[in-house]
Design a protein around this ligand. Structure first.
Ligand SMILES: C[S@@+](CC[C@H](N)C(=O)[O-])C[C@H]1O[C@@H](n2cnc3c(N)ncnc32)[C@H](O)[C@@H]1O
Length: 409
């Protein structure tokens, strides 16, 4: 097979992406509520497009290193590719399927026939990811922690797919803690968007009478800091009778606690505990009907059994209490979101318990799936800020939203 040149194709792909920045930013100025407009500026839209391209170039590199092009010279399903390449099927199937869909969207691979089989569109010279990173550095260096994380993961991807190293080891080995400190941070321009979108939801929907907020999967505390700072700025910090910051991973919990105690000077209303959202909340010190808000930033989608966790949240909330979650909302079933390149390494992310209606696959959920899952757990008044379905009709790669729902009284 002759080698066609991907480099001009890649330059054209980047140019086409950047050409969409002004049109998408203009559409978002109309579609987003005022509070979100300053957050999702033209500069953020440009960074988002650059990161899309950067991740694609890393995906192309991983595809080359694992021999994916040769394995799709003849049409193959993801499962057949896994077998042809001798990859470890339990972990490789979801990421390989994701990579094939991602490369199909980029037209490096094409889908043929009806049975989700993929064929390479020719071997191409690899585009270099470094110039995209350099452009990001010039444009807004605050996004670089996301670049470093994706690049680090890409290096270990082939070994992970072959079964030589666990994804959790790639992501969470102690030597990688620094990556997460830099990534889950309000100084990371990319991650800050999720934290601030979530904070806008809490400021809008914290019940008038206030009460106790419990955060699930609070990580390193940047989401909590964003919420509490927004409530402070809105003059509502006094309505927070307690903030229960919870997290599963002890090293994250310790850092999160330090961040919050440092920022708010050991407030009496702060409590930091371990909490596993896959286990009954009651046996972890959460009393039924006690909470005004259960909050989470990009955490609920890793619940092993979403119905179970939503049931626990429902039980923990007081009548009239609010579930508030900031999430990357998948625009259409099967569409890829760049963060999945990283998080597909985690078994809890890629392989939760499935449900035919609202959990047909692992990873992020669509708006329709979120609504169905939350309503099935007994919540009412499920709402999204921004109006995500409307926004995604016009800007199909927009995905940051906060979802609210009420436990009926
Ligand atoms: C996207 S991160 C949240 C980051 C956080 N917003 C911050 O500012 O650092 C999701 C978090 O969910 C946690 N998590 C994963 N599985 C969990 C479980 N079963 N129960 C509770 N938390 C869990 C992860 O350790 C991670 O910290």
């Amino acid at each position: 097979m002759s080698e066609t040149d991907e480099v001009p194709v890649a330059e054209a792909a980047l140019e086409a992406r950047l050409a969409d920045v002004s049109a998408d930013a203009a559409a978002l100025r109309v579609l987003l509520p005022a509070e979100l407009q300053s957050l999702i500026s033209d500069a953020v839209v440009r960074s988002h497009k650059l990161y899309e391209e950067f991740v694609d170039r890393l995906v192309l590199r991983v595809a080359r290193e694992t021999g994916l092009e040769a394995a799709t010279r003849e049409p193959a399903s993801a499962a057949e590719v896994v077998v042809r390449l001798g990859l470890e099927p339990r972990r490789a199937l979801v990421p390989i399927d994701w990579i094939l869909r991602r490369l199909t969207a980029r037209r490096t691979v094409e889908e043929v026939g009806a049975g989700r089989r993929f064929r390479s569109r020719g071997v191409r010279a690899l585009p270099d990811a470094a110039p995209v990173r350099e452009e990001q550095q010039r444009h807004d260096s605050s996004w670089l922690p996301s670049y470093t994380l994706a690049e680090t993961v890409a290096q270990d991807y082939p070994a992970f797919l072959r079964g030589e190293i666990a994804g959790e080891e790639v992501l969470f080995a102690p030597r990688r803690l620094r990556l997460w400190v830099d990534y889950f941070s309000n100084a990371n321009g990319q991650y800050a968007v999720s934290n601030h979108v979530g904070a806008i939801g809490v400021a809008r929907w914290l019940p008038r009478a206030g009460g106790v907020i419990l955060e699930v999967g609070g990580g390193l505390g940047s989401g909590a800091v964003a919420v509490l700072e927004r409530l402070e700025a809105a003059g509502r910090i006094g309505d927070v009778r307690g903030y229960r910051f919870t997290e599963l991973v002890p090293a994250f919990l310790r850092r999160g606690q330090q961040a919050l105690e440092g920022r708010f000077r050991r407030p009496a209303w702060l409590r930091c505990d371990a909490l596993d959202m896959n286990r009954p909340f009651g046996e972890q010190g959460v009393r039924p009907g006690d909470l005004a808000v259960v909050y989470a930033v990009n955490a609920l989608h890793v619940a092993h059994d979403l119905a179970f966790t939503l049931g626990e949240v429902h039980r923990a909330l007081a009548p009239g209490g609010e579930l508030i979650v900031s999430e990357c909302v998948r625009p259409h079933s099967g569409q890829t979101i760049y963060a999945e390149f990283i998080f597909n390494l985690m078994e809890t992310f890629r392989a939760p318990r499935l449900h035919p209606v609202y959990r047909p696959m692992g990873g992020f959920l669509t708006a329709v799936e979120w609504r169905a899952a939350i309503e099935a757990a007994g919540f009412a008044d499920v709402r999204f800020v921004p109006d995500i379905v409307r926004v995604q009709e016009r800007v199909p790669d927009y995905f940051a939203a906060v979802i609210g729902a009420t436990r009926p009284g």
